[in-house]
Design a protein around this ligand. Structure first.
Ligand code: NCD
Length: 363
């Protein structure tokens, strides 16, 4: 059985297969309309979502399957104190596949350790969002025709923006991809993303604060929302909330074939006038997101070409260290106290990373 928790759970070759199936779904939707008949998808959304949850549900319905689930933690047994572990075991008796979103980093990983059916991470805290990444890659593949040889600008909240973390992970494996990280000092990319995906693979990247300066170089501009709900202080959010606003004026110096993406929802970071620009691709991206989720669901259910028996190993196996406790307030271990404290060793002497949320910690 395979889960999708981290973007690296899929090899480049497997992503290629998912994209090909996605292309085929676009060309021949009728051939897929009944493929999941009799199968059920459960959507366990402990955090608000419109796009991702409905995209999963619409994807399953278009495959002929059915859906069940909840759309907020308050309507689940989480309010009674049920653990993720138990919820995964219970829902695994009702559904054939589960998509889970949770405000805490690492929650879907915990679910995958106990669930009898495949778990798909639909976004965990400020950590990862691998299916949005598949949506982004399907969009780049359809619009640009290739996933290599690209200069990708990622702009906005790179600290808490989980979609950015997953996109960098997945795209860092393609030839000649250069990242330009555009963020204010306070919202820069977390160190684990730089270490694990960029530095380790010698991937070129530049960190800048000014979008205008780099606009002419970009093939892809990935705008993101400032993640209000993940700020410790309202004041800090107020100060940073409008740090980037993309408007037609800013696009004057951009390439004519720039592709502007955004995982949505947008707040202020792209003005509505930009929507008319043919380079604005964020609504097409929503459609491609549904298509790639169809491809993913049928593949994880063993109805496609993905090898569902391939064991998925992390780069480094985590070890249990009882003397250490993860100190990241966003980590799932802060609310599920019974979880074993698991860590992976880093290259830096005495520094470990939590296996659930990847926050660094000194032993
Ligand atoms: C993103 C998310 O939830 O991380 N949205 C999405 O899944 N489409 C981005 C965001 O909330 O800003």
């Amino acid at each position: 059985m395979r889960h999708l928790i981290d973007p690296m759970d899929l090899t480049v070759e497997e992503i290629d297969r998912l994209l090909k199936t996605g292309d085929d779904i676009i060309d021949h939707p009728e051939m897929y309309a009944h493929i999941c008949e009799g199968k059920k998808l459960a959507t366990l959304f402990y955090e608000p979502s419109t796009r991702t949850r409905l995209s999963f549900e619409s994807a399953m319905l278009s495959l002929g399957g059915t859906v069940l689930g909840f759309s907020s933690a308050s309507s689940s047994s989480a309010t009674k104190g049920e653990t993720i572990e138990d919820t995964a075991r219970v829902v695994g008796c009702f559904a054939d596949i589960i998509a889970m979103r949770h405000p805490k980093d690492g929650a879907p990983l915990v679910a995958s350790q106990y669930s009898p059916v495949p778990i798909i991470n639909g976004g965990d805290g400020g950590h990862q969002h691998p299916t949005q990444t598949l949506a982004d890659m399907m969009s780049i593949h359809r619009i640009k025709g290739h996933l290599d040889n690209l200069t990708i600008g990622l702009c906005g909240d790179l600290k808490f923006g989980r979609t950015v973390h997953s996109l960098i992970a997945a795209m860092s494996r393609y030839e000649n991809v250069h990242f330009i990280l555009i963020a204010p000092e306070e919202l820069r990319l977390p160190s684990y993303v730089k270490e694990r995906f960029l530095d380790k693979n010698n991937i070129p990247y530049t960190e800048v604060e000014c979008l205008d300066d780099v606009m002419p170089q970009l093939d892809i501009l990935y705008m993101t929302r400032i993640q209000k709900e993940r700020f410790a202080s309202e004041e800090e959010y107020e100060r940073l909330k409008d740090c980037y606003i993309l408007d037609p004026q800013k696009l004057v110096s951009a390439k004519p074939d720039l592709c502007i993406l955004h995982p949505l929802p947008r707040v202020n970071e792209i003005t509505p006038e930009v929507d008319k620009d043919p380079r604005a691709c964020y609504f097409k991206q929503v459609f491609f997101g549904k298509v790639i989720r169809m491809s993913l669901i049928l593949n994880l259910l063993g109805l496609g070409t993905l090898d569902v028996n391939r064991p998925c190993k992390r780069e480094k196996e985590p070890i249990k260290i009882d003397s250490m406790v993860c100190n990241n307030p966003h980590c799932i271990t802060t609310i599920e106290r019974g979880l074993p404290q698991m860590f992976t060793e880093t290259e830096d002497h005495g520094v470990y990373r939590c296996a659930y949320c990847e926050a660094a910690q000194q032993k």
